[in-house]
Design a protein around this ligand. Structure first.
Ligand code: ADP
Ligand code: GN1
Ligand code: MG
Length: 360
């Protein structure tokens, strides 16, 4: 699974014109392996994104592929006839056998998309306007998928945003302490225990189930390189039934933090209120379906998701770094500390956030 794959061999299996020229690892995702592949075709090079799915994280790759195909086909139908329609949604390139994914000889699952040119992604928001654009794109994504025909999408990772279950997983991992790291993380474990009440805030509110993205990081939306507009929502593996507020909360979590997710200087980690304002405005501009209960919880959604991801990083640190890719020892603990610091910063600003949302 983790061996360096021969992308050229994989490429032969897909219906792509031209000659394979090069492949390079691409992006900064924590889970899948992504490559940008260039083909020479006449005078103009043509680029593609190749992705190998992490099937340790996604236990049912076929379900992921089926959801992906249904979601992209539905969105393509919605954008058909509009300017730039083919840049607004991912398009799956078929294999020579006419399927939308490839299972290679060692059992890995691959899919290929045309690279959407003249776009860029960022890992850290640069301006509130960028946050507005991303939030509007994610809000529009939810709106367009609201009428996805039945059947219900597969749960590609069951209980992905079930925060209380994430908490229980942490408790079990602390008890097992398989790599003897619990002592190192004592302050973070205590922080988690002290704040556990936040886990149920969204789930207890009886909010409607919707089709949601579930990983609404800023680098999961392609921004137009010239205008900065949100062009296309990508990274669709976690699109499944969920709560709209987990998407909004994950935007607040990932976009209001001006520091890297693994930042060690916690003084740099503070929730940026102008970015929160831009997110609220951008999301509300496109997500026109929100119920009063959903609107009421917009100000705290970020806290729940930030706390949840802190729990997940801490759990993975204690389990020996088996889920999120790490580049150095202790990285998952650093990531957890940054999430918990951000959570505290959101708490401190909760009343200002509520005031803003109620005024919108
Ligand atoms: P991961 O699961 O690793 O986060 P993503 O699907 O988010 O994978 O892709 C990683 C990065 O590759 C993205 O942040 C984006 O920069 C780039 N990317 C992915 N798909 C495309 C595409 N079709 N066109 C242009 N860039 C893309
Ligand atoms: C992972 O694959 P990537 O990097 O977009 C993770 C998200 C986390 C995120 C934190 C399937 O997303 O849940 O919020 O890292 N994806 C999965 O950066 O677990
Ligand atoms: Mg991604």
């Amino acid at each position: 699974m983790n061996l360096k794959p021969d992308v050229r061999t994989i490429a032969c299996e897909f219906q792509i014109d031209g000659d394979f020229a090069s492949a390079e690892p691409f992006g900064s995702g924590h889970i899948n392996d992504t490559y940008r592949v260039t083909y020479a075709s006449g005078n103009t090079p043509c680029r593609y994104i190749f992705q190998r799915l992490n099937h340790a994280v996604f236990p049912n790759p076929l379900a992921v592929m089926e959801n992906g195909q249904r979601v992209t086909a539905h969105l393509a139908q919605k954008f058909a006839g509009q300017p730039d329609a083919t840049r607004r949604v991912l398009t799956l390139v078929p294999t020579c056998a006419g399927k939308f994914f490839l299972r290679d000889i060692v059992g890995n699952f691959w899919r290929v998309f045309p690279f959407i040119e003249k776009t860029r992604t960022v890992d850290i928001v640069e301006t509130p306007a960028q946050a507005f654009a991303a939030a509007r794109a994610f809000g529009q994504f939810q709106t367009l998928l609201a009428d996805l025909p039945t059947p219900r999408l597969h749960d590609t990772i069951p209980d992905f945003h079930h925060t209380p279950k994430r908490f229980s997983a942490l408790e079990k991992t602390v008890a097992a302490d398989v790599v003897n790291r619990a002592a190192t993380a004592k302050p973070e474990i205590e922080f988690a225990l002290k704040n556990r009440a936040i886990c149920r805030v969204l789930l207890n509110a009886q909010l409607p189930e919707r089709v949601t993205h579930n990983d609404t990081k800023i680098n999961n939306v392609l921004l137009d390189a010239a205008t900065g507009e949100g062009v296309c929502v990508i990274d669709l593996d976690t699109v499944m039934p969920g709560l709209a507020l987990y998407d909004f909360g994950d935007m607040v979590r990932s976009m209001t933090n001006p520091a890297a997710e693994n930042e060690r200087d916690l003084a740099k980690v503070e929730m940026q209120f102008p970015v929160f304002e831009a997110l609220s405005r951008g999301y509300r501009a496109a997500a026109d379906f929100l119920t009063p209960a959903e609107k009421n919880l917009l100000p705290v959604a970020g806290q729940v998701v930030t706390f949840e991801l802190g729990l997940r990083f801490l759990t993975d640190f204690l389990a020996g770094d088996t889920y999120f890719k790490v580049q150095r020892d202790g990285e998952n603990l650093d990531r957890c500390r940054a999430q918990f610091k951000l959570f505290e910063s959101m708490r401190r600003q909760e009343s200002a956030m509520s005031k803003l949302v109620s005024e919108l």
